[in-house]
Design a binder for this molecule. Sequence first.
Ligand code: AMP
Ligand code: MG
Length: 487
Amino acid sequence: MKALDELTFDNRFARLGDAFSTHVLPEPLDAPRLVVASEAAMALLDLDPAVAETPVFAELFGGNKLWAEAEPRAMVYSGHQFGGYTPQLGDGRGLLLGEVYNEAGEHWDLHLKGAGMTPYSRMGDGRAVLRSSIREFLASEALHALGIPSSRALCVIGSDTPVWREKQERGAMVLRMAHSHIRFGHFEYFYYTKKPEQQAQLAEHVLNLHYPECREQPEPYLAMFREIVERNAELIAKWQAYGFCHGVMNTDNMSILGITFDFGPFAFLDDFDAHFICNHSDHEGRYSFSNQVPIGQWNLSALAQALTPFISVDALKEALGLYLPLYQANYLDLMRRRLGLTTAEDDDQQLVERLLKLMQNSGVDYTLFFRRLGDESAALAVARLRDDFVDLAGFDAWAEQYKARVERDGEFSEEQRRARMHAVNPLYILRNYLAQNAIVAAESGDYSEVRRLHAVLSKPFEEQAGMEQYAQRPPDWGKHLEISCSS
Ligand code: AMP
Ligand code: MG
């Protein structure tokens, strides 16, 4: 276990030089204080969890203090936003403080979000408010606990610093961790600004640090691109299987590591709705729940375009062709497991699609349905769940198909079925209204609800005593909260 001053830095991205990032110091928050910390994320840095409660923790992660070895840098990138190319973006309100490596030799970027203005702030103030920082913190750690690759969050620091959004709010910072903060948009920036040398430097950096095994391949850059395609296909299959809606899948928010990245107006589905749009500012529904699948491919094509100086168009197209089949195979595999199936049959895709259509028409809670389906035998579970459906004849027909399928799958005791299904079907997810309750309390200075919710979501598959209220359908007021990009 380490104290805060014992972190070891090795700032590899900063060493790429000024073409890639700009040195900027964090702008301190007034009266910084700990809102919430993740013990699990602290463990990744070998940090003693007790240090979160010390004043110096809030000072370091509220931008008031800095390690001598940290080299805070604002990264430059660009990207396609809502389908259109924006020539220059960058860390407008975040800084890569440095890269820390732990005792296991893993490197972690420490990125402070909400750290003030940078050369890339455009019209923004460089700040993040408490509400969006709490949402990012909770989502990062909840996704990780669900087994969905994501950037991590070490802590949220609150403050007295006034920040103006639609109304006056207070500034906060979230300390984000990832093995890399390089986005598709980094490659696009150097491609569209016609800087082949820097682009090659960036590609070498990513290859050496994150895809070293691709060096062994005859075409290392192509192997790396293939790997990025595969990781994103697997990631998006998980989002779809678990009902996660990212909300702003611009190419500057897509990670070259295939992790969930840059949280804005995200949401987990309550009722199943394939057409759900979680981002209030997304008028066309470009990033609706079901569009995430083709948009994943669109974004990979944008990355492929930026890689044309290194890889032939034919090879890029072939690699892009891996995306959909891999997505479908991963998605179906996850959905089979959510249904408690251990074998594969040709009709399984249709079994899933029929169920989702019925859920859509009846507004069935996506998470609770699967959890309850595993509570007892297939026959008892479907009999109990039947009441949630409007189209009873439709549901009965599906239930017959499902029961027959379960029978062919093999003989398992009720306990075996429950254990297997509960291990993949969470009881607790980050529902928007739960986050909202925690935010309202935190805005009035009470951080206990954020901490409790974080603790519950860190074990989403395990029923926790006294936490029934976190495993309910949302109340009416909590069903259609409007979340926009203004964070
Ligand atoms: P996002 O939608 O959060 O991914 O941000 C898109 C771009 O706007 C990025 O370049 C951000 O750094 C920048 N940005 C977002 N919010 C702010 C802000 N409050 N101040 C400065 N830049 C911002
Ligand atoms: Mg972003």
